[in-house]
Design a protein around this ligand. Structure first.
Ligand SMILES: Nc1ncnc2c1ncn2[C@@H]1O[C@H](COP(=O)(O)OP(=O)(O)OP(=O)(O)O)[C@@H](O)[C@H]1O
Ligand SMILES: [Mg+2]
Length: 397
């Protein structure tokens, strides 16, 4: 079964239609809740700065209160990402119909004039990036039980997207900021399916949707090969972040500890994985299970995509339904190897410890591999650096 062809070329925004001209499209998307721009303006106090809760690659997000009193997260898609109304509604319909306990629920949209706005259920407890990895800016205590529940929930949501939804959905941007926590700390994966809303030649937007360095599977980063196994890789990185309570990249640490996967592999080889477990739990965790989770993280991030387990298997491993085979773990695809390759391919660029200067460009485009220009940016402690492909390709697993 083929995956969602997120990246196929399509014409950019068709001429903007008036609301009344959308009848035909609307009949195709029955049950989709359509909000008027006026309604959303009122809900967000005219999209006021005070109600802005963040801004990602798609545009700003506002907290709003809808007419009947329900809180919503209102995502205003950036001008560059605007599609024609029909196209937009068709894509939205797929996301709208997906329901799962571990997926953020899209509750409607606005397609008025040239506005393209998504309305989601408001999720109370922010993202994992802001809480668990947010350098103490959150009051949430992440106990070991809470962490296992979060890991299993994310794995279930991803298994659903990969294996149950038809056509399958490759998320492409699994990372801590796309995992929201509800009032019971149940994880909700957000932004699934959104890559499809962005025309593939919109380079600026695809910087964000094409993946986040640190979470990127090497075969996707280098050759642009996007399969469900690239999501499995990103999940593996996230899993290690959740157990260790640290971001995947931290250039403030000693060199050998900066990249989380490198560190995990190192400790695994020395049989010292326990050292990576978050000290913020003050030793109150199941040591055997925590090390097992780290090993599952290593299984998911193996360099050879075919060796990575599928997400339904990961769910079973995490919940203890099936045992993991330690002997099967091979070296992860490491970002530092990737950097080395890039530096070698670019003799004029020298890496530096200054994160602001750690920007590399390479152009390794060849044949059907379709690698376009790639640029990497890194920051001191980050799960959010971004990369740009001018062209990538999608193909089924
Ligand atoms: N449904 C929601 N409920 C509550 N907060 C949300 C919701 N959706 C997004 N947010 C918050 O809005 C902010 C911006 O989210 P957005 O998805 O636009 O950016 P991002 O996840 O940081 O980056 P990316 O564009 O790569 O996904 C985040 O801080 C997120 O916590
Ligand atoms: Mg997001």
């Amino acid at each position: 079964m083929g995956c969602f062809s997120f990246l196929c070329r399509r014409p950019i925004a068709s001429p903007i239609k008036r609301f009344s001209e959308l009848d035909e499209e609307l009949s195709e998307v029955q049950n989709l809740k359509l909000y008027s721009y006026k309604e959303l303006r009122a809900a967000t106090d005219d999209f006021s700065l005070a109600n802005k809760i963040g801004e990602g690659g798609f545009g700003p997000v506002y907290r709003g209160r809808l007419k009947h009193g329900k809180d919503a997260a209102i995502k205003v898609l950036a001008a560059e990402s605007r599609q024609g109304a029909r196209e937009f509604l068709t894509e939205i319909k797929v996301i709208y119909e997906i329901e799962h306990e571990n997926l953020a629920k899209l509750c409607g949209c606005c397609v008025e004039g040239n506005h393209r706005i998504l309305v989601y259920d408001y999720i109370e407890n922010n993202s994992l990036a802001q809480t668990l990895l947010g350098n103490g800016h959150s009051s949430i205590q992440f106990s070991w039980r809470t962490r296992t529940k979060i890991c299993i929930g994310i794995a279930r949501g991803l298994a659903y997207l990969h294996e149950e939804v038809r056509p399958h959905i490759v998320h492409r941007d699994i990372k801590a900021s796309n995992i929201l926590l509800d009032k019971d700390l149940t994880p909700k994966i957000s932004d699934f399916g959104l890559a499809k809303l962005i025309p593939s030649n919109m380079t600026h937007v695809s910087t964000r949707v094409a993946g986040t360095i640190g979470y990127l599977a090497p075969e996707y980063a280098i050759r642009g090969q996007l399969t469900r196994r690239a999501d499995v890789y990103s999940f593996g990185v996230l899993l290690v972040e959740i157990v260790s309570g640290r971001c995947n990249t931290n250039s403030l640490l000693p060199l050998e500890e900066q990249y989380i996967l490198e560190r995990t592999w190192d400790l695994y080889e020395k049989n010292e994985l326990i050292e990576l477990v978050d000290t913020a739990m003050y030793g109150d965790f199941d040591a055997e299970e925590a090390c097992k989770y780290l090993k599952i993280g290593l299984l998911c991030t193996q360099d050879n995509p075919k060796l990575r387990p599928v997400m339904s298997t990961v769910v079973k491993m995490l919940s203890g339904e099936i045992k993991i085979d330690d002997d099967k773990i091979t070296k992860p695809g490491l970002i530092s190897d990737f950097m080395d390759l890039k530096i070698r391919s670019n003799p004029n660029k020298t890496p530096t410890n200054d994160p602001k200067k750690n920007t590399f460009n390479t152009n390794t485009s060849s044949g059907s591999d379709n690698n376009g220009e790639l640029s990497l940016l890194s920051s001191n402690t980050t799960s959010q650096s971004t990369m740009t492909f001018t062209d990538v390709w999608d193909r089924p697993n």
